[in-house]
Design a protein around this ligand. Structure first.
Ligand SMILES: [Zn+2]
Length: 425
């Protein structure tokens, strides 16, 4: 399987942050990484990999180097979450002869593309087992179980000019015919889970975090198949590139992959980039405060998150001199107002790394008259003091239900991250 096919397979498996962490854990385990509850340098062997997960939706993987990490760590950071429609706790609504689920919008979703898609339901379900203990399991309906039909143009003649979307009212998916009392989501989940695994038989669903996703598989598009189209390219593409670089760079010195949840809602959570997860891991590695500080200052992090490629239909949305193209290679993201963490020394070092890895890089700066988005880069740099550089592959349709990137950029990013772990610069 090519690297791109492997990425498409991963994207198809990683339908929620919980599934993303499970899919990453499986790959790390089969590459010989050991699952641990916390890092313990006293039990680590040089060259061996370890990983830990937190609350099922964030993960840190580590490859131990020779001796102590006096030269600092090399860290790749990315996020596991993507904007979506998330099912509310008491969701069932009956209207117009149909059963619907009420939903919340998670993150800055582009809502238009959610209409008329065959949607599945997935996430984490917490069960009460027969011993009276709570147990969380993954759930994925796999099959399309929901749809948000558009309002026909005949009932809204201005639809192409000025239709706006009310997230409370307009995006409730239909799940079946009937009245509100026809359907009990928790009972349905319990039945489905018991059908998949007899161990879950008779267990009660206490709560869940479920979201909808598009059942259309990730795939290649274009006359010469040069594009890849998928949900969640932002930012599972970066998670996957970081993961495969870490697995392949077997000779790398102390290196880390940090994949955190909740970036799309600001990263302030137990398992988000603003939470204590990374600092806890660094403290475990180097408990003495002064030496820990020295370790952090000697380290370098790449915050890898997708960059806005220039859109051929909207060329004026980019600064002419900073218009990354699909297929042009990874993009260094710069914002002097610190929406990205990149500084000139980090960018210079990254350019040198790219030269040595024979990877082309581009630069992105937001138009001065448009507000710039942000990443985990400035947050992680603020929390840890680790010098951080932001980059990512050029992407179109960011935060749509189906985003677009370019086949050629995938091996470029992976090669760059491998060179980073191998300290080519
Ligand atoms: Zn992102």
């Amino acid at each position: 399987m090519t690297q791109v096919d492997e990425l498409l397979t991963f994207l198809g498996e990683a339908v929620t942050p919980f599934h993303a962490v499970a899919a990453m854990s499986r790959r790390l385990t089969s590459a010989g990484f050991e699952a641990v509850t916390a890092f313990d340098p006293d039990t680590m062997a040089p060259g061996k990999g370890y990983f830990m997960t937190r609350q099922g939706s964030s993960l840190i993987a580590l490859r131990a180097g020779q001796g102590e990490p006096n030269e600092g760590l090399r860290l790749v950071g990315a996020h596991t979450d993507s904007p979506n429609l998330s099912v509310k706790p008491n969701p069932v609504v009956g209207r117009g002869g149909c059963v619907q689920l009420s939903v919340d919008v998670y993150g800055g979703a582009l809502l238009n593309p959610w209409f008329d898609r065959d949607l599945a339901l997935a996430g984490r379900v917490t069960l009460l087992n027969k011993a009276g203990q709570l147990e969380s399991v993954l759930f994925d309906s796999v099959a399309a179980v929901a749809v948000v039909p558009s309002l026909a143009i005949h009932l809204d003649r201005e639809a192409n000019k000025q239709r706006s979307i009310n997230p409370q009212k307009d995006v409730l998916p239909l799940v079946m015919l009937g009245e509100a009392d026809t359907f009990d989501l928790k009972a349905w989940l319990a039945e489905r889970l018991a059908g998949e695994n007899s161990d879950y038989h008779g267990m009660r669903v206490m709560d869940y975090e479920l979201s909808l996703y598009d059942t259309q598989r990730p795939g290649r598009v274009g006359i010469d198949q040069s594009f890849i189209a998928s949900a969640r390219l932002d930012n599972l593409l970066s998670c996957y590139a970081g993961l495969s670089a870490m697995i392949d760079a077997t000779d790398a010195e102390w290196s880390m992959l940090v994949a955190t949840d909740h970036e799309e809602v600001g990263s302030a959570s137990t398992v988000g980039a603003q939470g204590p997860m990374l600092m806890d891991a660094l403290t475990a590695l180097m408990p003495a405060p002064q030496r820990n500080q020295t370790l952090r200052h000697a380290s370098w992090m790449l915050s890898v998150d997708n960059a806005h490629a220039v859109h051929p239909n909207y060329m004026d949305k980019h600064d002419d001199q900073h218009s990354p193209r699909l297929g042009g290679g990874p993009v260094i993201k710069i914002n002097r107002n610190q929406r990205y963490a990149t500084d000139s020394e980090g960018a210079a070092r990254l350019r040198l790394l790219a030269e040595r890895a024979e990877v082309d890089v581009q630069a992105f700066v937001m138009r001065a008259d448009l507000a710039c988005g942000s990443t985990i880069g400035p947050i992680t740099a603020t929390e840890t003091g680790i010098p951080t550089t932001d980059l990512g592959v050029p992407t179109l349709a960011m935060h749509s239900i189906r985003e677009l990137a370019c086949v050629e950029d995938i091996p470029q990013l992976t090669a760059l991250l491998q060179a980073f772990y191998r300290r080519l610069a």
